[in-house]
Design a binder for this molecule. Structure first.
Ligand code: GLN
Length: 488
């Protein structure tokens, strides 16, 4: 790779788009450089690199540009996809053995939309099996490592997406967030990530985990880049019945705004329960930075948040048990070697194809939905969900964004929490409420704790991603934490 192209890997999508437009670099050159970075990857961010398809897409992009027919600022830009998105002709496993060898016949809507913008996909990124996890250690293909410290987790479940963006293997990536799987790994890897409002982005062709919580969103290195990718993703899709018809605002314009007059609400009572000291120090500094950029900070009360984790793990497991029933080795999924009777065939296929965490969740979810327990667990959790939504509605009468640390600590060590699922579940304490309430959330790098990045989380009213991007852009102007890169 040329030294010029290699150093370009550090630039943002917006900068790269400028260079491509001015013909200072070709998509072929930058794709080549990104592919060699990805091929040298020792983090395990990629499950599959697809160099031929990437070369083809880059060549097509260069030809379009030569004709003056570039499709968008993303035309020719190397991106990565979490392995949960269907990609036509490219194996898609959702990090599970049971889908090994599955080659989808079509693209997910979001993949199609990015292709239509000219994006170049380098391959499929590592993830926790069926997006269940907070550390990427539930991947059937081995964990991904954190580029800031390879003995630590990149977070999960979209760990490969966050790590690949942080390690400058791709300029941006798609992930999904059911309980924090975009925001938490973004925080652990020092990149930005947004979980849009439920319904904002199509879930068509996204392998389902918990359908009332799942949402697709981008990772990038700057808020401006998030806006560029979001603009391609957002908007109604007739193929997804839960997709919203809400008009998509001009996201680029949101970036021009400032934090002047922004009202930031902080649920102190909830936070004081368990944020590690230095992470709390970075959070307080972030609030001060927002204040000096013109925002006002006050306390808000979200009294039902302490029940969010319990409600989330009932709703998510219940929906997962229903969604995963299709992997029976007959209609979907790898079949275990011939058993003599049908029940045995199902049992053997699922036993061999699914990992321990997925099995645990299917069992928990089936129990929560079973007759006699439904009212006590699933229905109850749905009621708590309503209370949490109302908490936010009340809070948003007094503020425009709610701020918390994204996670209570920086990235933990691989293996540190694998023996204790409850401890693992608590890593999501600040992220799950947004999924339960369907709200948009953004995680921004907000400094280092013992050399590891931590994130500031901002949540907004439904369909107000614009507010998040405006606040995020103002924060980046004021702090520049997002410019920190992991040691090579
Ligand atoms: N870590 C959470 C879980 O294990 C959230 C995962 C996600 O957002 N996909 O369910």
């Amino acid at each position: 790779m040329s030294a010029g192209a290699a150093s370009l890997l550090d630039s943002s999508i917006a900068e790269l788009a400028g260079r491509l437009a001015r013909n200072e670099v070709s998509s072929r050159e930058i794709t080549e450089a990104a592919l060699s970075r990805a091929a040298a990857d020792r983090l395990g961010a990629f499950l599959r690199v697809t160099p031929e398809a990437a070369h083809r897409a880059a060549r097509a992009s260069d030809e379009r540009r030569a004709r003056g027919a570039a499709l968008s600022p993303l035309d020719g830009v190397p991106l990565g996809l979490k392995d949960i998105f269907l990609t036509e002709g490219v194996e898609t496993t959702a990090g599970s053995r049971i889908l090994q060898g599955f080659v989808p016949p079509c693209d997910a809507t979001v993949v199609e939309r990015l292709r239509a913008c000219g994006a170049v996909f380098l391959g499929k990124l590592n993830m926790d099996e069926f997006a269940m996890g907070s550390s990427n250690e539930n991947s059937a293909y081995g964990p991904c490592r954190n580029p800031w410290d390879p003995t630590r987790t990149p977070g999960g479940s979209s760990g490969g997406s966050a790590a690949a963006v942080a390690a400058r293997q791709v300029f941006g990536a798609l992930g999904t967030d059911t309980g924090g799987s975009i925001r938490q790994p973004a925080s652990f890897c020092g990149v930005v990530g947004v979980k849009p409002t439920y319904g904002r982005v199509s879930r068509y062709g996204v392998i389902a985990f918990a359908s009332s919580l799942d949402q697709v969103g981008p990772f990038a290195r700057t808020v401006e880049d998030l806006a560029l990718v979001s603009a391609a993703l957002f908007g109604h899709d007739p193929l997804d019945s839960t997709s919203a018809t809400e008009p998509v605002p001009d996201l680029a314009r949101a970036l021009e705004g400032s934090a002047k007059g922004l009202r930031v609400g902080v649920p102190w009572a909830f936070l004081l329960q368990g944020v590690e000291d230095e992470t709390m120090a970075r959070f307080r500094e972030s609030l001060a930075a927002l204040e000096s950029a013109g925002a006002s900070v006050s306390e808000v009360s979200l009294p039902h948040l302490p029940h969010a984790i319990a409600a989330y793990y009932l709703v998510a497991t219940a929906e997962a048990s229903s969604n995963l029933a299709r992997y029976d080795g007959v209609r979907y999924g790898r079949r275990a070697p011939a058993a003599r009777e049908l029940r045995r065939l199902y049992g053997d296929s699922r036993d061999a194809g699914l990992g321990a965490e997925v099995k645990r969740r299917i069992i928990l979810g089936t129990f929560a939905l079973s007759s006699g327990y439904y009212d006590a667990y699933y229905l109850r959790a749905q009621k708590v969900r309503t209370l949490i939504r109302r908490d936010f509605e009340r809070a948003f009468a007094a503020c425009d964004v709610v701020a918390t640390p994204t996670t209570p600590t920086p990235a933990f060590r691989l293996g540190e929490k694998t023996g204790d699922p409850l401890q693992m579940y608590l890593a999501d304490i600040f992220t799950v409420p947004a999924n339960l309430a369907g709200l948009p959330g953004l995680s921004l790098p907000c400094g280092l704790v013992r050399g590891l990045p931590v994130g500031l989380q901002l949540l907004a009213r439904s369909f107000e991603e614009e507010t998040l991007l405006r606040a995020g852009a103002a924060f980046q102007k004021a702090t520049r934490h997002h410019e920190l890169a992991p040691p090579v």
